[in-house]
Every structure is written in C-alpha cells, then in structure tokens.
Ligand binder design. Structure first.
Ligand code: GRF
Length: 187
C-alpha cells in the first residue's frame, strides 16, 4: 500500500497528532505523516514532531503571504491529504479549493450541534444529555462539511468542562484514525 503523504495542522497540545503518528507507524495504516504545520511557535505538539522526527514548520499568520508559505510547503512535501487537529485558524478558500475533499477536521461536539469555540461550556449550559466528537470534511463553512465519523457518550451529573474535555478527547483518539481508515478503505 502506498501511504498518502499527510500534513497535520496544529496550534497547541498536539495529543491527536501524537496519536496519529503512532497509528501511522503501522504498515497497514493509510497515511504517512510527512509534515506538521503549526501557527504557534510554542505549540507543545511540536515536541512530538521533533521526538518522532517528522518535519515541522511554524507559520507566522501575522505575515501577509503566510498562505503562500503553507501552499509552497504542502507542494514541497508532496502532501495529498490534510488533517486539522486543534488548528485554531480558519484556512483559506484557496487551500480548500486546492485540496477539495482532502482536508478533514476533528471537532469536540456532536456536529451540527455546537459549531465554533467554547464547546464544552455551551454544552453544559444547554443541559445536553449526550456529547462527543465529530470528524468531518472541511468546506468553506465553519465545522459544516460532510461528517465521516461521530462518537458519543452520556454526560454525567458531575461532569465539568475539564471532565467533558477528557472524555471527548479519549473518543477523538479513536474517531480520527477510524475516519482516516474509512476514507481510504476503497483506494
Ligand atoms: C481537540 O479536542 C479537537 O477536537 C479540537 O482541538 C483539540 C485539539 O487537541 N479541534 P490536541 O491539540 O490534539 O490535544
């Protein structure tokens, strides 16, 4: 199997990145992580890129032509698939067009519910019974592309934001690899 050269975009902790790096070491997993892009120089996730010897780039999104730098590097590393894993920046329409149906995102709610930021506080405020995570394709609308995998759990009375985040992330570590396998199953 020829693995798809994949770029993971991050901004922070990078626990999904770490999880995917470990999965991708398996010969039967369909992607190879060839590049990590971070818009945060201090993102903890960059430690995993270093540790597992994955090339990584910091992109200064304050610079006017930063999208060109992203596109240049995606070409340079022959990237054919992109995964946004905690990337806190909206990606450009140009990137979405160049990588149509080839960009996925992981979101910490049961989409279409709770798009956007501060999901956990809104979920609690809304007295939801269930929550979870969603892996979806990225299109021009925020958190709105076709859903690939969704995983859920029941919210307990004593769950606070930290608890919800922890439980949601544990599901994310299953959902993201599962979505990637699902996408490439027939290729
Ligand atoms: C995840 O919870 C994901 O749902 C959200 O950002 C978080 C990233 O976590 N989009 P990490 O950086 O992978 O630990």
């Amino acid at each position: 199997m020829v693995k798809k050269k994949t770029c993971i975009f991050i901004s922070g902790k990078g626990s999904n990145l770490k999880n995917l790096i470990i999965y991708s070491r398996d010969n039967s997993f369909p992607i190879k992580i060839s590049l990590v892009i971070s818009n945060n120089r201090k993102a903890y996730g960059l430690i995993y890129a270093k540790k597992y010897k994955v090339p990584y780039i910091f992109i200064d999104t304050k610079l006017q032509n930063y999208e060109n730098t992203i596109l240049f590097n995606l070409k340079k590393y022959k990237i054919s698939f992109i995964c946004l894993a905690g990337y806190m920046k909206i990606i450009s329409n140009r990137l979405i067009k160049d990588y149509q149906k080839k960009i996925i995102n992981i979101h910490p709610s049961l989409l279409p519910k709770f798009k956007g930021l501060n999901t956990f506080s809104r979920i609690l405020k809304n007295n939801e019974i269930k929550t979870g995570c969603t892996v979806h394709f990225v299109n021009k609308e925020l958190d709105s592309g076709n859903r690939i995998v969704q995983k859920s759990f029941f919210i307990k009375k004593n769950d606070d934001e930290t608890g919800l985040k922890k439980k949601t992330q544990l599901l994310e570590y299953k959902a993201l690899p599962e979505a990637i396998i699902k996408i490439f199953r027939y290729i």
